[in-house]
Design a protein around this ligand. Structure first.
Ligand code: NAP
Ligand code: COA
Length: 271
């Protein structure tokens, strides 16, 4: 893969899976721009991207829930680098909570970050996308189509993200813009995985549901993004590409109930 001379934007690219994606593009010589809420995380990532081989790396701190801040941040990236070849939108929030027990604002906070954040990023980037040729990749999750207890907020938000992917693939396809989702399975060492599988037992249960028998790595997800961002995927748009070791084939299975069971059991202990 050679992205030398290309501009790659990664929103939510300062930790975990998305940072792994940004680093993989950096290693191919791309110009990278990353954004998230924390200026410290942005600065740390920009330094790491330069060390990984990025032709140039810049960053900005903004919250994807604020459409004006998103648009202004993306405009600064465009001023610095020109039209975007690859745009990755992956900012997200998650915590385990049963629907009956989480506040309305808790549910809304995940909808605001994952779903509204995605449309803010899509709309903010739209004027700056390379035509023809831009590739947009939204980072989804298995919760988009598999129900998991304790994840109603995330299931609703990510299902919406994937429908944005499919709809914008239709709306923007005539301009030569491709829009796809990458759907990671459970990826080791990440914040998202830690929040959902806080114990060794839970980790093992999730792993045992993966036909390939192992957790994923950030590089597995990055590889799919390199492909979708490249000309090799030039006729692929509107797909939801799972990078999950085959997890989808088994449905959410026992793992689909486990988060709910943990939450109910913790509540029982509290009395
Ligand atoms: P993570 O390390 O917590 O990454 C989330 C990123 O989004 C961080 O850079 C965070 O930085 C940023 N972010 C969060 N809220 C934001 C906001 N309101 N505005 C702007 N940026 C924000 O999580 P991860 O586990 O690697 O997950 C990354 C992506 O993969 C997410 O889309 C997640 O849904 C998806 N995914 C993860 C897994 C998994 O196993 N971990 C599985 C399937 C899908 P700041 O804190 O600086 O804002
Ligand atoms: N269980 C139930 N409700 C929770 C919760 C939990 N574990 N964590 C937060 N909430 C609720 C809060 O109580 C609040 O609701 P309230 O106003 O009715 O009290 C609401 O969610 C928003 O919380 P707040 O801490 O104000 O939001 P924030 O904007 O500072 O942070 C989060 C957003 C909650 C999603 C936070 O976890 C976050 O920043 N996550 C990013 C990292 C991440 O989740 N990574 C994994 C990605 S898959």
């Amino acid at each position: 893969m050679d992205f030398a001379g290309k501009t790659v934007i990664v929103i939510g690219g300062t930790s975990g899976i998305n940072r792994g994606i940004a680093e993989a593009f950096a290693a191919t010589g791309a110009k990278l721009a990353v954004a998230s809420r924390s200026q410290d995380k942005v600065d740390d990532t920009v330094a790491a991207l330069k060390a990984a081989g990025a032709a140039e790396a810049i960053g900005a701190a903004f919250d994807v829930r604020d459409p004006d801040a998103v648009a202004a941040g993306l405009a600064r990236f465009h001023d610095a680098f020109g039209d975007f070849d690859v745009l990755i939108s992956g900012a997200a929030g998650n915590f385990p909570a049963l629907a009956a027990e989480m506040s309305v604002n808790a549910f809304k906070s995940v909808i605001d970050i994952d779903l509204m954040g995605t449309i803010h990023v899509m709309k903010g980037a739209y004027p700056f996308l390379k035509r023809p040729g831009a590739s947009i990749i939204n980072i989804s999750a298995p919760q988009s189509w598999l129900p998991y207890e304790g994840q109603a907020h995330v299931c609703a938000a990510k299902a919406g993200v994937d429908q944005i992917t499919r709809t914008l693939a239709m709306e923007w396809g005539p301009e030569g813009i491709r829009v796809n989702s990458v759907v990671p399975g459970f990826i080791e060492g990440t914040e998202g995985a830690k929040r959902l599988t806080p114990t060794k037992e839970a980790e093992e249960l999730f792993r045992s549901d993966v036909p390939l028998g192992r957790w994923g790595k950030p590089q597995d997800v990055a590889n799919a993004c390199l492909f979708l961002g490249s000309d090799l995927a030039g006729y692929i748009s509107g797909i939801l590409l799972s990078v999950d070791g085959g997890l989808y084939q088994r449905g959410s299975g026992r793992a689909g109930q486990m988060i709910g069971q943990m939450l109910r059991s913790a509540k029982g202990k509290e009395g």
